[in-house]
Design a protein around this ligand. Structure first.
Ligand code: PMV
Length: 354
């Protein structure tokens, strides 16, 4: 049996009725970034990645399902913050198409999806991770109603598997805390199909991390991550990037164990600049950073040198900056952020890395 078939169930469901399910799911910030997909595979990452889920940055999705008349086309409607969004439909139909083999019961229903984020829409914060994972959790909630024998561990595993088919990084949003996706030789249980909670020892300092997200550009990205992943297939430095990401994961495992925050910080800064270097050197090339991104990075380096505080940045696929630091140092750091960095940002979002 192929490993993905583990999630397939050949079943005829006898009690099928209308209903509503509601689920919440977090956004996440990757410490080691997923960048590039394996050729001719659906959403299989080139490298393993690890992220923190962000407690205050989440999506709540309500999925209303009603019995569909046989032979009639499936109808799906989607509402975001109360407004119907027909432009989201192609992605949603593609998602339902990809998962139909694993969730045969979906064929019985029409759907209305109502979704809301805690973070502002136009913040440049990727909402695909939290929204696709919330939708995947809703679908699993329907599966649970149809199959009462379904176990919690399977529920989460399959939710992560389904979320991955919607948006790669979404599969990490299923669990709180540090979450790994993608096979890595040093991480037991890690695999390409779904994420797992980080399985090794974590020093207490890494259990209380704060993330201040500086929203520098609210515009939607001009180059989407899906395009960026594709560009890795012919990237001249792709092989080196893979080695670098794999090595970083090995280093991170020991850093997380011993609790060396400066080493952790250097690693995540280096890793995020490496991701940006990939996009700058792909063909076509692109630059996600804005002038204010650079101002912030230099300010952080200067402040760190002079204050000796443990504040480090990571960047996702855009101009925004995530500042990570231990909660014990929050008081001083937050005061500095709001007095020195506010001018460079459109918005600031705060979250505990749970
Ligand atoms: O899940 P996607 O296809 O939006 O890709 C996410 C890519 C990064 O955010 C840059 C890295 C990551 O691992 O989250």
């Amino acid at each position: 049996m192929k490993s993905h078939c583990f999630f397939y169930k050949k079943k005829n469901y006898s009690i099928v009725s209308n209903g509503v399910v509601t689920k919440k799911s977090y956004s996440n910030i990757a410490l080691i970034k997923y960048w590039g997909k394996r050729k001719n595979k659906i959403q299989i990452p080139m490298n393993s990645s690890i992220s923190y889920s962000l407690e205050e940055v989440y999506t709540v999705t309500k999925l209303i399902y009603s019995l569909r008349e046989r032979k009639k086309k499936r109808s799906i409607k989607i509402f975001f913050s109360g407004k119907e969004k027909t432009n989201f439909l192609p992605k949603i139909f593609e998602f339902f198409h990809r998962i139909s083999f694993y969730c045969s019961y979906l064929r019985y229903f029409n759907f209305v999806i109502k979704t809301d984020n805690t973070f502002p829409h136009s913040s440049g914060i990727a909402s695909s991770a939290s929204s696709m994972s919330a939708l995947a959790l809703c679908i699993m909630e329907i599966e649970k109603k149809l199959d009462s024998s379904l176990k919690e561990a399977f529920f989460l595993k399959k939710a992560s598997f389904l979320a991955r088919l919607g948006s790669g990084s979404a599969c990490r949003s299923i669990y709180p805390g540090l979450v790994v996706w993608g096979k890595h030789k040093s991480i037991k249980g890690s695999n390409n199909l779904y994420s797992i909670p980080y399985p090794y020892k974590i020093h207490p300092i890494f259990k209380k991390i704060w993330d201040t997200i500086l929203v520098i550009d609210e515009e939607p990205k001009k180059i989407l991550s899906s395009k960026g992943h594709q560009l890795m297939n012919h990237h001249p430095y792709a092989k080196e990037r893979l080695k670098f990401a794999n090595r970083n994961m090995d280093q991170l495992i020991s850093i997380l164990k011993i609790g060396d925050f400066p080493k952790f910080g250097e690693l995540i800064e280096h890793e995020s600049l490496n991701l940006h270097a990939m996009i700058m050197t792909s063909n076509p090339y692109f630059l996600w950073m804005r002038p204010n991104t650079l101002h912030v990075l230099h300010k952080v380096w200067d402040f760190r040198k002079q204050s000796k505080k443990n504040i480090y940045f990571t960047l996702d696929a855009g101009a925004n900056v995530h500042l990570l630091y231990p909660i014990q140092e929050k008081k001083v750091i937050i005061r500095w952020i709001y007095s020195e960095l506010i001018y460079y940002c459109k918005k600031i979002i705060e979250s505990f890395c749970q």
